[in-house]
Design a protein around this ligand. Structure first.
Ligand code: TGC
Ligand code: FAD
Length: 391
């Protein structure tokens, strides 16, 4: 039977035909192409590259980009629904799409020259090029302004030196959008090609989270790139932060997908598992857990939809996104952990989804602004006082 998640508040009624169509297409893709292979890929710590072309054919890579650059001109709400479905499959699959769309296509679209847009965007949308986004460094995570990667202008070239860390898609990417400081300390964005001399991307291994995803270092040793590979329209740190806003928005929807997956698993398991002569679903403590999961799912979904509508009206602010990223990802992390426990010993195996989602959500809670960083972004919005400032 086709998968049908809980729709407690009848959210279906709030979606238009196009949104439902693209969501259902993505849902079928996840059921057919992701679910049968994902546990094995996760265990083997490999990203299923065969999915890339299929996602491209569905038009779900950078779907918000204009058609003339190869995008589908989809709404932000549609983009959110795509992320919801992909992350119901696995955070690694959604991460791939987030990075390609929000962190590579978005900055080229927003800050690139017309030539750069025509050169890269159609190839990224069609999966012919894979991209990654290098902001974080070994000693500059939550505080990217403290980065030490440098870009020095030398005639018609820029020379890059430094290192990035924890970069999704890094070693399988054809191009990297890289953020570096110039001699005056201003942060600029560059497109680095994998074949550029002095550039390497060693993969980071031994992760117990987000295993079906490639994570890498990026190393720059006197990487000389033509001046026209700089994104010309950036404004210091604000530009990479704008990319993060787009990606964080998708992540908040992705967390809804995780809650759908684990609630569904918990309901089915608790109806079938007999203990003390009864289905465990008949115990009040089990029902309490299900009620909490359903509430977290429904509230997360409503909040994501409201922010999606604000985005489509051009009214979404970065603090709206902080609230849903913080709330929804935390709810999904705790929800997955709760379901892991409800499955008893079976819950520690990859035969079930809960522990895979639980481990994945540890990364999702950390990347794209940790839970604490989003708390402080909200704190700044509420009080007008930044807890980050060192002045
Ligand atoms: P601050 O002075 O607050 O801001 C500088 C300017 O930017 C504006 N701004 C934003 N604009 C758009 N979106 C946002 N999220 C923005 N946050 C701030 C701000 O209004 C200001 O504008 P203006 O016009 O006044 O100049 O900057 P700060 O240095 O104090 O930093 C603030 C802080 C700590 C919130 C920021 O640095 C931050 O968000 N840190 C967290 C770092 C982070 O999230 N890194 C993520 C790396 S990428 C990643 O994890 C990919 S995972 C991908 C996957 O696999 O899915
Ligand atoms: P730190 O900043 O060192 O934080 C450590 C702890 O201190 C955290 O709990 C944090 O909340 C807390 N903390 C820090 N500052 C404060 C404060 N002011 N107040 C209170 N608490 C604070 N980055 C990219 O650029 N591109 C990518 O593609 C990418 N992909 C990633 C994929 C994975 C699987 C992971 C795990 C990370 C990825 N990242 C990527 C990096 C990610 O964005 C950073 O890990 C994240 O921003 C946190 O930085 P950090 O790990 O250095 O932690």
């Amino acid at each position: 039977m086709a998968y049908q998640p809980l729709d407690f508040y009848n959210i279906e009624e709030l979606l238009n035909e196009e949104e439902i169509l693209i969501r259902d297409t993505t849902r079928k893709f996840v059921d057919k192409e992701v679910m049968p292979i994902i546990a094995e890929e996760w265990e083997a710590a490999t990203f299923p590259k065969s999915l890339i072309q299929k996602m491209a054919e569905l038009g779900i890579l950078g779907p918000f980009v204009p058609a003339k650059y190869g995008g589908s001109e989809a709404s932000y709400t549609t983009y959110g629904l795509i992320c919801q479905e992909l992350e119901r499959g696995d955070s690694g699959v959604r991460s791939f799409a987030s990075v390609q769309g929000s962190l590579v296509m978005y900055p080229i679209w927003k800050f690139g020259s017309e030539e750069q847009k025509m050169e890269y965007l159609p190839k990224l949308a069609s999966g012919k090029l894979i991209g990654c986004f290098g902001l974080t460094e070994p000693d500059a995570g939550s505080d990217p302004r403290s980065m030490i990667t440098r870009a020095h202008k030398d005639g018609n070239h820029w020379i890059l030196n430094g290192a990035k860390m924890w970069i999704t898609n890094g070693s399988m990417a054809d191009i990297a959008v890289v953020w570096a400081k110039d001699d005056e300390g201003r942060i600029r964005g560059f497109v680095v090609h994998k074949e550029d001399k002095g550039f390497s991307a060693p993969e980071q291994k031994h992760k117990v989270s987000l295993r079906a995803s490639v994570t890498s270092e990026l190393v720059f040793e006197d990487v000389r790139i033509p001046a026209d590979r700089e994104l010309p329209n950036t404004s210091d740190l604000k530009s990479p932060l704008m990319c993060l806003t787009s990606a964080r928005y998708g992540i908040a929807w992705g967390a809804v997908g995780v809650l759908q997956a684990v609630l569904d698993e918990a309901i089915r398991y608790s109806q079938e598992r007999i203990m003390f002569g009864k289905p465990i679903a008949s115990f009040q403590l089990t029902q309490q857990k299900l009620a909490e999961l359903a509430t977290d799912l429904s509230n997360s979904q409503l909040a994501a939809l409201r922010v999606g509508r604000l985005a489509d009206e051009g009214k979404m602010k970065h603090y709206h996104v902080s609230m849903i990223k913080r709330h929804n990802v935390n709810a999904a992390l705790l929800g997955a952990r709760k379901v892991r426990g409800m499955l008893g010993a079976n819950g520690i195996t990859l035969e079930y989804q809960a522990i895979r989602h639980m481990c994945n959500m540890e990364s999702v809670q950390t990347y794209e602004g940790t839970f604490e960083i989003h708390t402080l972004i909200l704190g700044e919005h509420l009080t007008g006082i930044s807890a980050f400032s060192n002045t």
